[in-house]
Design a protein around this ligand. Structure first.
Ligand code: FAD
Length: 368
Protein backbone atom coordinates (compact mmCIF):
# COMPACT_ATOMS: atom_id res chain seq x y z
CA UNK A 1 0.00 0.00 0.00
CA UNK A 2 1.20 3.51 -0.78
CA UNK A 3 2.13 5.43 2.41
CA UNK A 4 0.66 8.67 1.05
CA UNK A 5 -2.22 10.07 3.04
CA UNK A 6 -4.60 12.59 1.55
CA UNK A 7 -6.21 15.10 3.90
CA UNK A 8 -9.66 16.49 3.14
CA UNK A 9 -12.37 18.20 5.16
CA UNK A 10 -15.29 16.31 3.64
CA UNK A 11 -15.12 12.96 1.87
CA UNK A 12 -18.14 12.12 -0.29
CA UNK A 13 -18.61 8.53 -1.45
CA UNK A 14 -20.73 8.46 -4.64
CA UNK A 15 -20.72 10.84 -7.61
CA UNK A 16 -24.44 10.83 -8.51
CA UNK A 17 -26.68 13.94 -8.21
CA UNK A 18 -26.60 13.88 -4.39
CA UNK A 19 -22.81 13.53 -4.07
CA UNK A 20 -22.05 16.24 -6.61
CA UNK A 21 -24.72 18.60 -5.19
CA UNK A 22 -23.18 18.23 -1.72
CA UNK A 23 -19.76 18.97 -3.22
CA UNK A 24 -21.05 22.07 -5.04
CA UNK A 25 -22.86 23.40 -1.94
CA UNK A 26 -19.75 23.03 0.20
CA UNK A 27 -17.52 24.59 -2.46
CA UNK A 28 -19.90 27.50 -3.11
CA UNK A 29 -20.79 28.44 0.45
CA UNK A 30 -18.00 27.25 2.79
CA UNK A 31 -14.22 27.22 2.99
CA UNK A 32 -14.16 23.42 3.38
CA UNK A 33 -12.34 21.32 0.85
CA UNK A 34 -14.04 18.35 -0.71
CA UNK A 35 -13.11 14.96 -2.18
CA UNK A 36 -15.53 12.80 -4.17
CA UNK A 37 -15.00 9.06 -4.75
CA UNK A 38 -16.95 7.34 -7.53
CA UNK A 39 -16.70 3.64 -8.31
CA UNK A 40 -17.62 3.98 -12.01
CA UNK A 41 -16.00 5.97 -14.81
CA UNK A 42 -19.28 7.99 -15.09
CA UNK A 43 -20.19 6.29 -18.36
CA UNK A 44 -22.62 3.65 -17.01
CA UNK A 45 -26.33 3.83 -17.97
CA UNK A 46 -28.29 5.98 -15.54
CA UNK A 47 -32.03 5.57 -15.09
CA UNK A 48 -34.61 7.91 -13.55
CA UNK A 49 -35.22 11.16 -15.37
CA UNK A 50 -38.57 12.84 -14.62
CA UNK A 51 -38.23 15.99 -12.49
CA UNK A 52 -40.42 18.89 -11.39
CA UNK A 53 -39.58 22.48 -12.44
CA UNK A 54 -38.29 23.13 -8.91
CA UNK A 55 -35.06 21.47 -10.11
CA UNK A 56 -34.11 24.90 -11.54
CA UNK A 57 -34.35 26.53 -8.08
CA UNK A 58 -32.05 23.83 -6.76
CA UNK A 59 -29.62 24.39 -9.65
CA UNK A 60 -29.80 28.13 -9.05
CA UNK A 61 -28.68 27.58 -5.45
CA UNK A 62 -25.80 25.50 -6.82
CA UNK A 63 -24.94 28.49 -9.09
CA UNK A 64 -25.89 26.67 -12.26
CA UNK A 65 -28.55 27.61 -14.80
CA UNK A 66 -30.38 25.64 -17.47
CA UNK A 67 -28.18 27.32 -20.11
CA UNK A 68 -25.01 25.90 -18.51
CA UNK A 69 -26.12 22.40 -19.51
CA UNK A 70 -25.46 20.94 -22.95
CA UNK A 71 -28.32 21.26 -25.46
CA UNK A 72 -30.76 18.39 -25.14
CA UNK A 73 -30.29 17.93 -21.40
CA UNK A 74 -33.94 18.87 -20.62
CA UNK A 75 -37.16 17.95 -22.46
CA UNK A 76 -40.33 19.70 -21.22
CA UNK A 77 -43.37 17.50 -20.57
CA UNK A 78 -46.77 19.16 -20.45
CA UNK A 79 -48.99 16.27 -19.40
CA UNK A 80 -48.99 12.65 -18.57
CA UNK A 81 -51.63 9.95 -18.86
CA UNK A 82 -52.41 7.30 -16.36
CA UNK A 83 -54.55 4.16 -16.58
CA UNK A 84 -54.72 3.44 -12.87
CA UNK A 85 -57.77 2.16 -10.98
CA UNK A 86 -59.70 1.76 -14.24
CA UNK A 87 -59.07 1.60 -17.98
CA UNK A 88 -59.98 5.25 -18.63
CA UNK A 89 -57.14 7.67 -19.19
CA UNK A 90 -56.75 10.38 -16.60
CA UNK A 91 -54.39 13.21 -17.38
CA UNK A 92 -52.12 14.30 -14.56
CA UNK A 93 -48.59 15.51 -14.17
CA UNK A 94 -47.34 13.26 -11.43
CA UNK A 95 -49.08 11.88 -8.39
CA UNK A 96 -47.32 14.67 -6.50
CA UNK A 97 -48.82 16.91 -9.16
CA UNK A 98 -47.93 20.43 -10.23
CA UNK A 99 -49.69 22.50 -12.90
CA UNK A 100 -46.48 23.58 -14.60
CA UNK A 101 -44.47 21.70 -17.21
CA UNK A 102 -42.22 19.03 -15.79
CA UNK A 103 -38.98 17.86 -17.43
CA UNK A 104 -37.32 14.69 -18.65
CA UNK A 105 -33.56 14.76 -18.20
CA UNK A 106 -30.82 13.29 -20.26
CA UNK A 107 -29.30 11.74 -17.12
CA UNK A 108 -25.85 11.18 -18.56
CA UNK A 109 -25.52 14.84 -19.63
CA UNK A 110 -27.13 16.13 -16.43
CA UNK A 111 -25.03 14.05 -14.02
CA UNK A 112 -21.85 14.73 -15.99
CA UNK A 113 -22.33 18.50 -15.90
CA UNK A 114 -22.68 18.38 -12.12
CA UNK A 115 -19.48 16.40 -11.66
CA UNK A 116 -17.58 18.50 -14.19
CA UNK A 117 -18.62 21.70 -12.41
CA UNK A 118 -17.64 20.29 -9.01
CA UNK A 119 -14.17 19.50 -10.42
CA UNK A 120 -13.89 23.00 -11.99
CA UNK A 121 -14.80 24.62 -8.65
CA UNK A 122 -12.10 22.74 -6.77
CA UNK A 123 -13.34 19.28 -5.73
CA UNK A 124 -10.84 16.44 -5.99
CA UNK A 125 -12.59 13.63 -7.87
CA UNK A 126 -11.46 10.00 -7.85
CA UNK A 127 -13.34 8.02 -10.52
CA UNK A 128 -13.07 4.21 -10.87
CA UNK A 129 -12.13 4.05 -7.20
CA UNK A 130 -13.27 1.47 -4.65
CA UNK A 131 -13.59 1.98 -0.90
CA UNK A 132 -11.94 -0.88 0.95
CA UNK A 133 -12.22 0.15 4.57
CA UNK A 134 -13.66 2.84 6.87
CA UNK A 135 -12.29 3.58 10.35
CA UNK A 136 -13.34 6.32 12.74
CA UNK A 137 -10.51 7.55 14.93
CA UNK A 138 -10.69 8.68 18.56
CA UNK A 139 -10.84 12.35 17.45
CA UNK A 140 -13.92 11.39 15.30
CA UNK A 141 -12.05 11.92 12.01
CA UNK A 142 -12.38 9.21 9.39
CA UNK A 143 -9.66 7.16 7.71
CA UNK A 144 -10.90 5.58 4.49
CA UNK A 145 -8.78 3.19 2.44
CA UNK A 146 -9.34 3.53 -1.30
CA UNK A 147 -8.16 1.57 -4.31
CA UNK A 148 -7.70 3.03 -7.78
CA UNK A 149 -6.80 0.71 -10.72
CA UNK A 150 -3.71 2.75 -11.64
CA UNK A 151 -2.75 4.42 -8.33
CA UNK A 152 -3.24 1.34 -6.11
CA UNK A 153 -4.28 1.61 -2.46
CA UNK A 154 -4.13 4.87 -0.50
CA UNK A 155 -5.70 6.43 2.59
CA UNK A 156 -7.82 9.55 2.90
CA UNK A 157 -8.28 11.33 6.23
CA UNK A 158 -11.51 13.31 6.47
CA UNK A 159 -13.24 15.32 9.17
CA UNK A 160 -16.66 14.37 7.80
CA UNK A 161 -17.89 11.40 5.76
CA UNK A 162 -20.93 11.48 3.45
CA UNK A 163 -22.72 8.42 2.08
CA UNK A 164 -24.04 9.34 -1.40
CA UNK A 165 -23.93 5.79 -2.79
CA UNK A 166 -27.61 5.63 -3.79
CA UNK A 167 -30.07 2.90 -2.80
CA UNK A 168 -27.31 0.49 -1.78
CA UNK A 169 -26.46 2.86 1.14
CA UNK A 170 -23.17 1.05 0.95
CA UNK A 171 -21.18 3.14 3.42
CA UNK A 172 -23.98 3.36 5.98
CA UNK A 173 -24.36 -0.41 6.02
CA UNK A 174 -20.60 -0.95 6.36
CA UNK A 175 -20.20 1.38 9.34
CA UNK A 176 -23.21 0.16 11.31
CA UNK A 177 -26.19 2.37 10.27
CA UNK A 178 -29.59 0.80 9.68
CA UNK A 179 -31.86 0.88 6.63
CA UNK A 180 -35.54 -0.06 6.71
CA UNK A 181 -36.99 -1.35 3.45
CA UNK A 182 -40.75 -0.87 2.96
CA UNK A 183 -41.09 -3.07 -0.16
CA UNK A 184 -38.94 -4.88 -2.70
CA UNK A 185 -39.95 -2.92 -5.82
CA UNK A 186 -37.71 -3.51 -8.85
CA UNK A 187 -37.77 -1.83 -12.29
CA UNK A 188 -36.89 -3.70 -15.49
CA UNK A 189 -36.72 -1.59 -18.62
CA UNK A 190 -35.29 -0.80 -21.98
CA UNK A 191 -34.24 2.25 -23.99
CA UNK A 192 -35.57 2.68 -27.54
CA UNK A 193 -35.18 5.22 -30.30
CA UNK A 194 -38.12 7.04 -31.87
CA UNK A 195 -38.01 6.57 -35.68
CA UNK A 196 -40.07 9.67 -36.36
CA UNK A 197 -39.43 12.57 -33.92
CA UNK A 198 -42.83 14.10 -34.82
CA UNK A 199 -44.52 11.05 -33.22
CA UNK A 200 -43.65 11.99 -29.63
CA UNK A 201 -46.29 10.96 -27.08
CA UNK A 202 -47.28 11.77 -23.50
CA UNK A 203 -45.64 10.08 -20.56
CA UNK A 204 -47.97 7.16 -19.71
CA UNK A 205 -48.49 4.87 -16.72
CA UNK A 206 -50.60 1.71 -16.93
CA UNK A 207 -51.26 -0.65 -14.04
CA UNK A 208 -51.57 -4.38 -14.73
CA UNK A 209 -52.18 -7.43 -12.55
CA UNK A 210 -48.49 -7.96 -11.71
CA UNK A 211 -47.44 -4.32 -11.23
CA UNK A 212 -47.30 -1.24 -13.46
CA UNK A 213 -45.72 0.02 -16.68
CA UNK A 214 -44.21 3.41 -17.42
CA UNK A 215 -43.22 4.84 -20.79
CA UNK A 216 -41.91 8.26 -21.73
CA UNK A 217 -40.05 10.17 -24.43
CA UNK A 218 -36.64 11.43 -23.41
CA UNK A 219 -34.37 14.08 -24.91
CA UNK A 220 -32.56 13.09 -28.16
CA UNK A 221 -35.56 11.11 -29.48
CA UNK A 222 -35.08 8.31 -26.98
CA UNK A 223 -37.85 6.42 -25.20
CA UNK A 224 -37.68 4.51 -21.96
CA UNK A 225 -40.22 1.80 -21.15
CA UNK A 226 -40.10 0.04 -17.79
CA UNK A 227 -42.06 -2.46 -15.75
CA UNK A 228 -42.22 -2.25 -11.94
CA UNK A 229 -43.09 -5.10 -9.61
CA UNK A 230 -41.81 -6.81 -6.47
CA UNK A 231 -38.55 -8.76 -6.68
CA UNK A 232 -40.18 -12.14 -5.93
CA UNK A 233 -42.90 -11.58 -8.59
CA UNK A 234 -40.26 -10.66 -11.18
CA UNK A 235 -38.32 -13.82 -10.47
CA UNK A 236 -41.41 -16.07 -10.18
CA UNK A 237 -42.53 -14.96 -13.67
CA UNK A 238 -38.93 -14.70 -14.98
CA UNK A 239 -39.58 -11.15 -16.12
CA UNK A 240 -35.81 -10.44 -16.08
CA UNK A 241 -35.76 -12.45 -19.32
CA UNK A 242 -36.38 -10.32 -22.37
CA UNK A 243 -38.88 -12.68 -24.00
CA UNK A 244 -41.10 -12.77 -20.88
CA UNK A 245 -40.81 -9.00 -20.41
CA UNK A 246 -41.86 -8.46 -24.05
CA UNK A 247 -44.77 -10.91 -23.67
CA UNK A 248 -46.03 -8.99 -20.64
CA UNK A 249 -45.66 -5.73 -22.57
CA UNK A 250 -47.84 -7.15 -25.36
CA UNK A 251 -50.56 -7.85 -22.76
CA UNK A 252 -50.90 -4.13 -21.91
CA UNK A 253 -53.93 -2.32 -23.33
CA UNK A 254 -52.24 1.01 -24.09
CA UNK A 255 -48.46 1.09 -23.62
CA UNK A 256 -47.77 -1.45 -26.38
CA UNK A 257 -49.42 0.87 -28.97
CA UNK A 258 -46.98 3.68 -28.15
CA UNK A 259 -44.02 1.64 -29.35
CA UNK A 260 -45.05 1.34 -33.02
CA UNK A 261 -42.65 4.01 -34.28
CA UNK A 262 -39.58 2.94 -32.35
CA UNK A 263 -36.78 0.40 -32.24
CA UNK A 264 -34.68 -0.94 -29.38
CA UNK A 265 -31.27 0.69 -28.89
CA UNK A 266 -29.99 -2.50 -27.28
CA UNK A 267 -31.60 -5.87 -26.76
CA UNK A 268 -30.64 -5.87 -23.10
CA UNK A 269 -32.96 -5.08 -20.23
CA UNK A 270 -31.65 -2.97 -17.37
CA UNK A 271 -32.86 -4.04 -13.92
CA UNK A 272 -32.69 -1.70 -10.91
CA UNK A 273 -33.86 -1.81 -7.30
CA UNK A 274 -36.59 0.78 -6.78
CA UNK A 275 -37.73 0.07 -3.22
CA UNK A 276 -38.91 2.62 -0.70
CA UNK A 277 -36.31 2.81 2.04
CA UNK A 278 -35.38 4.94 5.04
CA UNK A 279 -31.94 4.99 6.60
CA UNK A 280 -31.26 5.72 10.26
CA UNK A 281 -27.83 7.19 11.00
CA UNK A 282 -28.76 8.97 14.24
CA UNK A 283 -26.11 7.20 16.30
CA UNK A 284 -23.24 7.96 13.93
CA UNK A 285 -21.04 11.02 14.42
CA UNK A 286 -19.46 13.23 11.72
CA UNK A 287 -21.38 11.17 9.18
CA UNK A 288 -24.46 11.73 7.08
CA UNK A 289 -26.34 9.84 4.35
CA UNK A 290 -27.88 11.90 1.53
CA UNK A 291 -30.04 11.25 -1.55
CA UNK A 292 -31.19 7.67 -2.09
CA UNK A 293 -28.75 6.48 0.54
CA UNK A 294 -30.81 8.44 3.11
CA UNK A 295 -34.34 8.01 1.75
CA UNK A 296 -35.33 6.32 -1.46
CA UNK A 297 -38.72 6.80 -3.03
CA UNK A 298 -40.94 4.76 -5.33
CA UNK A 299 -40.25 6.05 -8.87
CA UNK A 300 -44.01 6.67 -9.27
CA UNK A 301 -43.43 9.77 -7.14
CA UNK A 302 -40.73 11.31 -9.42
CA UNK A 303 -39.21 12.61 -6.18
CA UNK A 304 -35.79 10.93 -6.22
CA UNK A 305 -33.55 13.34 -8.13
CA UNK A 306 -34.99 16.56 -6.66
CA UNK A 307 -34.79 15.13 -3.14
CA UNK A 308 -31.29 13.77 -3.66
CA UNK A 309 -30.08 17.27 -4.55
CA UNK A 310 -32.01 19.17 -1.86
CA UNK A 311 -31.04 16.70 0.88
CA UNK A 312 -27.40 17.22 -0.18
CA UNK A 313 -27.78 21.00 0.14
CA UNK A 314 -29.32 20.74 3.64
CA UNK A 315 -26.71 18.24 4.77
CA UNK A 316 -23.93 20.57 3.53
CA UNK A 317 -25.35 23.42 5.67
CA UNK A 318 -25.31 21.21 8.78
CA UNK A 319 -21.76 20.01 8.03
CA UNK A 320 -20.58 23.59 7.71
CA UNK A 321 -22.20 24.46 11.07
CA UNK A 322 -20.40 21.57 12.72
CA UNK A 323 -16.96 21.97 11.13
CA UNK A 324 -16.81 25.77 10.86
CA UNK A 325 -18.84 26.82 13.91
CA UNK A 326 -18.48 23.80 16.19
CA UNK A 327 -22.24 23.25 16.58
CA UNK A 328 -23.75 19.92 15.59
CA UNK A 329 -27.29 20.28 14.22
CA UNK A 330 -27.37 17.10 12.16
CA UNK A 331 -30.24 15.70 14.27
CA UNK A 332 -32.45 18.45 12.78
CA UNK A 333 -31.61 17.10 9.33
CA UNK A 334 -32.61 13.58 10.41
CA UNK A 335 -35.92 14.90 11.77
CA UNK A 336 -36.62 16.75 8.48
CA UNK A 337 -35.94 13.57 6.53
CA UNK A 338 -38.39 11.64 8.64
CA UNK A 339 -41.10 14.30 8.29
CA UNK A 340 -40.64 14.39 4.53
CA UNK A 341 -40.65 10.59 4.32
CA UNK A 342 -43.87 10.26 6.35
CA UNK A 343 -45.66 12.71 4.05
CA UNK A 344 -44.46 10.86 0.96
CA UNK A 345 -45.44 7.49 2.43
CA UNK A 346 -49.00 8.61 3.14
CA UNK A 347 -49.53 9.96 -0.39
CA UNK A 348 -47.96 6.89 -2.00
CA UNK A 349 -50.10 4.51 0.09
CA UNK A 350 -53.27 6.42 -0.85
CA UNK A 351 -52.35 6.33 -4.54
CA UNK A 352 -51.71 2.56 -4.63
CA UNK A 353 -54.99 1.93 -2.80
CA UNK A 354 -56.87 3.47 -5.75
CA UNK A 355 -56.12 0.36 -7.81
CA UNK A 356 -58.64 -2.33 -6.81
CA UNK A 357 -59.08 -4.32 -10.04
CA UNK A 358 -56.96 -7.33 -9.04
CA UNK A 359 -57.93 -8.12 -5.41
CA UNK A 360 -56.07 -11.45 -5.39
CA UNK A 361 -52.86 -10.21 -7.05
CA UNK A 362 -49.90 -10.45 -4.65
CA UNK A 363 -48.56 -7.09 -5.83
CA UNK A 364 -51.78 -5.15 -5.18
CA UNK A 365 -52.75 -7.11 -2.04
CA UNK A 366 -49.46 -5.98 -0.44
CA UNK A 367 -50.37 -2.37 -1.23
CA UNK A 368 -53.99 -2.50 -0.14
C1 FAD B 1 -36.09 2.55 -12.39
C2 FAD B 1 -35.98 3.86 -11.71
C3 FAD B 1 -36.67 4.96 -12.19
C4 FAD B 1 -36.56 6.20 -11.56
N1 FAD B 1 -37.25 7.27 -12.05
C5 FAD B 1 -37.12 8.47 -11.45
C6 FAD B 1 -37.79 9.60 -11.97
O1 FAD B 1 -38.48 9.54 -12.99
N2 FAD B 1 -37.61 10.80 -11.33
C7 FAD B 1 -36.83 10.92 -10.22
O2 FAD B 1 -36.69 12.04 -9.67
N3 FAD B 1 -36.18 9.87 -9.72
C8 FAD B 1 -36.29 8.65 -10.31
N4 FAD B 1 -35.62 7.59 -9.81
C9 FAD B 1 -34.75 7.80 -8.63
C10 FAD B 1 -33.44 8.52 -9.00
O3 FAD B 1 -32.77 7.82 -10.01
C11 FAD B 1 -32.59 8.60 -7.74
O4 FAD B 1 -33.36 9.17 -6.72
C12 FAD B 1 -31.34 9.44 -7.93
O5 FAD B 1 -30.51 8.91 -8.92
C13 FAD B 1 -30.59 9.44 -6.59
O6 FAD B 1 -29.36 10.12 -6.72
P1 FAD B 1 -28.18 9.71 -5.73
O7 FAD B 1 -27.03 10.59 -6.10
O8 FAD B 1 -28.64 9.70 -4.34
O9 FAD B 1 -27.84 8.18 -6.11
P2 FAD B 1 -27.37 7.56 -7.49
O10 FAD B 1 -27.87 8.32 -8.65
O11 FAD B 1 -27.71 6.11 -7.38
O12 FAD B 1 -25.78 7.74 -7.45
C14 FAD B 1 -24.99 6.97 -6.57
C15 FAD B 1 -23.56 6.98 -7.12
O13 FAD B 1 -22.71 6.34 -6.16
C16 FAD B 1 -21.84 5.43 -6.83
N5 FAD B 1 -21.48 4.41 -5.84
C17 FAD B 1 -22.28 3.45 -5.30
N6 FAD B 1 -21.59 2.72 -4.40
C18 FAD B 1 -20.34 3.24 -4.36
C19 FAD B 1 -19.16 2.92 -3.63
N7 FAD B 1 -19.14 1.94 -2.71
N8 FAD B 1 -18.05 3.64 -3.86
C20 FAD B 1 -18.03 4.65 -4.77
N9 FAD B 1 -19.12 5.01 -5.50
C21 FAD B 1 -20.26 4.31 -5.28
C22 FAD B 1 -22.67 4.91 -7.99
O14 FAD B 1 -21.84 4.41 -9.02
C23 FAD B 1 -23.43 6.17 -8.42
O15 FAD B 1 -22.70 6.95 -9.34
C24 FAD B 1 -35.72 6.34 -10.41
C25 FAD B 1 -35.02 5.23 -9.94
C26 FAD B 1 -35.15 4.00 -10.57
C27 FAD B 1 -34.39 2.84 -10.02
Amino acid sequence: MSESIIETDVLIIGGGPSGTSAALSLLNYTRLNVTVVEQSDFSSTRVGEHVSPSIFDVLDYLKLSKEDFENGSFLPVYASKSYWGNDQASTINTIFATDEATYQLNREKFDFKLVETAAERGATIYPRTKCLDYKQQANKNWQVTLKHPAEGEFNVHAKYLIDATGRSANVTRKIGGASKKYDTLVGAGMFLELDDPSKKFEQTIESVELGWWYITCLPSNKIVVSFFSDADILSEHKIHQLKNWKKLLQETNHIKHLLHNSRAISNKLWVRNAQTQLTDTNDLERFVAIGDAATSFDPISSMGIGFSMSSAIYAAKHISQELEEGVSTINEYQKDLLRNFNQYHQIKTRYYKEEKRWPSSKFWLRRN
